[in-house]
Design a protein around this ligand. Structure first.
Ligand SMILES: Nc1ncnc2c(CN3C[C@H](CCSCCOCCO)[C@@H](O)C3)c[nH]c12
Length: 228
């Protein structure tokens, strides 16, 4: 099967590319797409660049131009839930956009007409991931991931997101990727390893733990590819 593996930052896909060894590359529409074979699957790998706009473009290209039949996102996130510590894995059960606001018209935060606040992720991939987590002996959390075009580095903003969306983690691309996959009817799986707590120390923690947390997520995603 043709499987897309996406990250937002170069550091999020580098551990995947390192594990694959050889691949071909193609530049297209502002991204570099890496093509490889792995565990009997054809992989298409790319990092989008940061944020909802760039990640929506890359996800669309992966499905429309390269024909991916499943999309796995591997990356890092800011932790909200007190159960999540740096390096922990969380997979999205559902995702929302915390910076969408047309409440002036009476709509709830994160709501867009003819759409929904929450996008549910693929159940089959989540149950596969749960099995893999047991086999690997790693903790895998499941929860709501909130997406917005801002690096959250304030407890006040983080607490608002938690209160408003009951979110467990936050990042800047998951919901836009989920929306693309949902619109095209392609199953998707959003996995993040915690790099910071989206609080006043977030910038420093992010710089310190980006690489190690990206590695944790990438390792798990490659196990997913083997078992899909
Ligand atoms: N607290 C937080 N708030 C929001 N998102 C996250 C994420 C998840 N990814 C990491 C990256 C951070 C964008 S800033 C990049 C810094 O560039 C450094 C070099 O210029 C973006 O792709 C979202 C981890 N912690 C977060």
């Amino acid at each position: 099967m043709k499987i897309a593996i996406m990250g937002a930052m170069r550091e999020e896909i580098e551990p995947i590319l390192a594990a694959l060894g050889n691949y071909t590359i193609e530049k297209y529409a502002g991204n570099i797409y890496y093509h490889a074979e792995y565990a009997g699957h054809e992989l298409i790998i790319a990092y989008s660049k940061i944020g909802k706009v760039f990640s929506a473009i890359t996800a669309t290209i992966m499905l429309e131009r390269y024909g991916a039949k499943a999309l796995l996102f591997s990356g890092v996130a800011g932790g909200i839930s007190k159960d999540l510590k740096i390096g922990d894995l969380i997979m999205a059960s559902a995702l929302c956009q915390h910076d969408v606001d047309i409440t002036a018209f009476g709509h709830p935060e994160g709501f867009i007409p003819e759409s929904f606040v929450m996008i549910e992720s693929d159940e089959d991939m989540r149950s596969l991931a749960s099995e893999i987590a047991v086999d690997m002996g790693v903790d895998l959390y499941e929860g709501i991931i909130a997406t917005g075009d801002q690096f959250v580095a304030s407890s006040e903003r983080k607490e608002w997101i938690e209160k408003t969306f009951n979110a467990d983690a936050l990042e800047m691309e998951g919901t836009s990727v989920a929306c693309v996959c949902q619109n095209f009817g392609v199953p998707f799986f959003i996995l993040r390893a915690i790099s910071d707590a989206a609080d006043g120390d977030a910038g420093m923690d992010f710089d310190t733990f980006l690489k190690s947390s990206a590695q944790v997520s990438a390792k798990f995603i490659l196990e997913m590819v083997k078992r899909i």
